[in-house]
Design a protein around this ligand. Structure first.
Ligand code: BDR
Ligand code: CA
Length: 311
């Protein structure tokens, strides 16, 4: 049976590729809605960008809800230097025919999760986790509708990418991330340890671009923008394809390997704020509710992306 999915994101170049994929995979996943949040760029821009991506795929049946404009506690920290001024690199920003729904993302999450069958919903989160944490805070009964969280965030072996010890999505709202990791439902966590293995090498990007459909071309253009950023390392390595990993996993789970663990997030220390303390050792007082991705089959990931973008 197809998973029922809500996709919470902050597009964002790699969120943009993930969204192209999620919207294109209509035979593989049942995408009930997209919620956007302030993160890589402002809440206004992430919502607009999700609408731009939706129009490229032509999935106007999937509603988009704009959400929280700032993190639960800390000050906002954007990452426009990685995503361009618009948030979508140099992808042309077309005039929209359809805009976001009038309902706030948190209201949509609460309404949908309260009404959902027990443990029926997969919540994919590829940005700061503010929207979902706010929904759980406002209405704790939401938890019962959640089957699993499928998140991009955190780092263990790889160290951080925004500070020495923190990955951006966790650092941008550490208090929200701590709530999600400890809310109860299973968490499938795709941190930098896995996503740094999924690199858009020039050969892989060229293969994607050669598919030639508008969706594949848009994905290749987003990826090319990331590949050209010196901060992403030498061009021949290719930039890491972070946010598509959770969506790929929903479609083909065997492309990733995981280790069971417990995760806590540092929310106090100015030095290590947003660090994910990933505990692989079983301990009686800590539930091993997280599955931490340690290995990715990068060729398999790109084959899947190419197959889905053939539409
Ligand atoms: C994460 O940070 C964001 O800038 C990307 O969109 C991705 O979700 C990677 O650390
Ligand atoms: Ca993101």
């Amino acid at each position: 049976m197809k998973r029922k999915v809500i996709f919470d994101c902050d597009p964002g170049v790699d969120d943009g590729v993930a969204l192209l994929l999620a919207l294109s995979a209509k035979h593989e996943i049942d995408l009930l809605g997209v919620t956007t949040v302030a993160g890589n760029v402002s809440a206004e821009l992430t919502a607009r960008n999700a609408c731009v991506i939706r129009e490229i795929v032509g999935r106007l049946d999937v509603p988009i809800f704009s959400g929280c404009t700032k993190p639960l506690v800390r000050d906002p920290i954007e990452a426009g230097h990685f995503h361009g001024e618009s948030g979508l690199g140099d992808l042309p920003i077309r005039a929209l025919t359809h805009h976001v729904s009038s309902e706030h993302a948190v209201d949509f999450l609460v309404r949908t999760l309260i009404d959902a069958a027990p443990e029926s919903m997969s919540l994919v989160i590829t940005g700061p986790m503010t929207n979902v944490a706010t929904a759980l805070q406002r209405e704790p009964r939401c938890v019962k509708g959640i089957k699993e969280f499928v998140i991009m965030g955190g780092a263990r072996s790889e160290g951080g990418n925004i500070t020495a010890s923190a990955e951006y999505n966790i650092y941008a709202d550490p208090h929200a991330a701590q709530k999600i990791f400890n809310a109860g439902p299973r968490v499938w966590a795709f941190g930098l340890d896995a996503t740094h293995q999924v690199r858009a090498t020039p050969a892989r990007t060229a293969t994607l671009s050669a598919i030639g459909t508008p969706i594949a071309r848009a994905a290749a253009q987003l990826i090319e923008f990331s590949n050209a950023l010196p901060a992403n390392g030498p061009r021949e390595y290719g930039s890491p394809l972070h946010d598509p990993c959770p969506i790929v996993w929903l479609i083909q789970t065997e492309l990733f390997e995981f280790i069971p663990c417990h995760v806590d997030v540092e929310t106090e220390s100015p030095l290590t704020l947003g660090h994910t303390a990933v505990e692989f050792r079983p301990r009686a007082d800590r539930e091993q509710n997280v599955r931490w991705a340690v290995r990715a089959n990068a060729d398999g990931v790109f084959s899947l992306i190419n197959r889905v973008f053939q539409i």
